[in-house]
Design a protein around this ligand. Structure first.
Ligand SMILES: Cc1cc2nc3c(=O)[nH]c(=O)nc-3n(C[C@H](O)[C@H](O)[C@H](O)COP(=O)(O)OP(=O)(O)OC[C@H]3O[C@@H](n4cnc5c(N)ncnc54)[C@H](O)[C@@H]3O)c2cc1C
Length: 483
């Protein structure tokens, strides 16, 4: 394999001839060219980029998608795959000389095998629909995240999405057994195997998972299913500091028979924002604490009288209280109360918006290093700007924090956001110093591409470029993203 620099994005090449060929292949209703039709595909979730693709194609089958890719490749026109368009790093944004290929018509659940515990779905199936299909078959598909009503599984796999169930079930990569992919030249790789063991050389599916559409377009996947939880206990615990939060997690893992499926850390400030700005958020605890842990146990075993997960949660929290790790706690007594506790966590993203500019980070460090990261980052931010308001929260059990920083009260929004790069440099340097990563679950896309180039070691970058060049020698698949 020769290591060569990547080809630059192709210059404009969208002729009427190309659009006519696309229409001829998949029909006029699947080739969108009017501004009105294209608008939903050109918006970016955070409003940081404006998509400009002159044409959006919506193939309805793998064969059609492969034909579209072949025609674009022959014309030397670059392509941008898009799923639910909920990504947060600009990966699905297409430029004025690119064809945007949406998977939103690839929505079939091809099969579900309850004995093999697998579901085979097309790339455009909405994540929540997969959860519902699994549920209807008395199974669990555990990938769960805030955008699950809009994001599509091809996007989840391409960003190797995480979410709230990673601690127990792993991320999107861990949940995938097989893939079907259209390569940048239009060939189809059929790797749709439902095998749990298969040691026959390189495991190619892992190249496409997390590749953010730079190596090909995922068109279908075989995903793992699990027994459905029959018992659940959810609690919100007030803790004095992140060290105590970690001690609680460790205690809970041992004391629940490893039943911890979720462990989310939230600072008080971010809960205050949710209480202030989002209807329906209720704080079940009367006092105030600097930090909170939302912790959930689940088990596929039905609860036995007096020996279910709620009683285990009570025992764990009582012992944590004795040890000074927890100062107050509320255990949900019903599914409704559990949903209300999760609603606090879900509301904290929207709760930050009315507080003005927010500089956001998606970092991960080893779980044991989370307290040190928070101490160092908090001190660095205090020193950087008086009144700056870090509002950290995230998946404690995965060492993944959304280290968001709200502007000082009264400061001009744009003046604050002008500090994005220096603030991010400080946060990412602290992360790197602790052996962490600047992108835990959202990916690299367009917005963190420069960071990747400066932080990955030379050999690692060379290998990544070599893989890209081997699979996409003309550089036509989502150029300008990741690498
Ligand atoms: C409110 C909210 C909460 C979120 N919470 C989480 C969270 O907890 N954890 C988490 O990991 N993420 C989270 N995200 C980010 C986002 O939802 C995920 O990255 C999601 O996996 C993206 O899926 P999508 O279908 O929207 O992909 P898109 O945004 O459409 O695309 C994302 C990337 O994948 C590529 N792509 C899309 N489909 C394909 C395909 N079929 N083949 C090849 N490449 C493809 C695109 O080119 C792009 O680079 C959140 C986003 C929002 C808005």
């Amino acid at each position: 394999m020769t290591v060569r620099p990547l080809a630059d994005p192709q210059p404009a090449g969208l002729s009427d001839g190309l659009i006519d060929r696309l229409v001829g292949l998949i029909g006029p209703s699947a080739v969108l060219t009017t501004a009105e039709d294209r608008v939903p595909y050109l918006k970016e979730w955070r409003g940081r980029y404006q998509g400009q693709a002159p044409v959006v194609v919506r193939p309805g089958s793998t064969a059609d998608l492969a034909a579209v890719v072949r025609v674009c490749a022959e014309a030397g026109v670059s392509m941008v795959p898009q799923g639910g368009n909920t990504g947060l790093v600009g990966g699905a944004v297409a430029g004025a000389d690119q064809v945007l290929i949406s998977t939103d018509r690839l929505t079939a659940v091809r099969s579900l095998d309850v004995v093999n515990n697998t579901i085979t779905v097309e790339a455009g199936v909405i994540l929540q629909s997969i959860q519902e299909a699994a549920d209807a078959a008395d199974r669990l598909f555990p990938l769960s995240l805030g955008a699950e009503g809009s994001c599509r599984i091809g996007g989840n796999l391409s960003t190797n999405a995480g979410g709230t169930g990673v601690l127990r079930y792993g991320n999107a990569r861990d949940l995938t057994l097989g893939l079907e992919v259209v390569l940048p030249d239009g060939r189809i790789w059929d790797g749709l195997r439902g095998l749990r063991k298969n040691n026959t050389g390189y495991d190619l599916k892992h190249l496409f998972i997390g590749a953010e559409g730079t190596l090909g377009i995922i068109t279908a996947a075989v995903l793992k299913l699990f027994p459905k939880p029959r018992d659940r206990a959810t609690a919100l615990a007030a803790v004095p500091d992140p060290d105590a939060a970690l001690a609680l997690l460790t205690r809970a893992q041992a004391g629940s028979g490893d039943a911890v499926t979720g462990c989310e850390l939230m600072c008080r400030q971010v809960i205050d924002f949710a209480l202030e700005h989002i209807d329906g958020v209720v704080d079940p605890l009367s006092g105030r604490s600097p930090w909170y842990v939302l912790i959930e146990f689940t088990s596929p075993a039905a609860p036995r009288q007096g020996a279910g997960l709620t009683s285990q949660m009570e025992t764990v929290l009582a012992a944590a209280f004795e040890a000074g790790e927890v100062t107050d706690a509320a255990i949900a007594a019903s599914d409704g109360q559990a949903r209300a506790l999760w609603f606090i966590r879900e509301a904290i993203v929207d709760g930050q918006r009315p507080e003005g500019g927010s500089i956001k980070h998606d970092i991960a460090v080893p779980v044991s290093a989370v307290p040190r990261f928070l101490t160092e980052a908090g001190a660095a931010m205090d020193a950087y700007m008086p009144g700056i308001r870090p509002v950290p929260f995230g998946h404690l059990g995965d060492g993944n924090l959304h280290y968001n920083i709200s502007q000082p009260v009264g400061m001009d929004r744009d003046a604050f956001l002008a500090h994005w790069d220096p603030v991010t440099r400080i946060i990412h340097d602290i992360t790197a110093g602790l052996g962490g990563t600047f992108s835990a679950e959202h990916g690299v896309g367009r917005s963190k591409r420069a960071e990747l180039a400066t932080t990955k070691a030379g050999v690692e970058l060379e290998l990544m470029r070599a893989v890209k060049t081997a699979i996409d020698p003309a550089g036509l698949m989502n150029p300008g993203k990741v690498l």
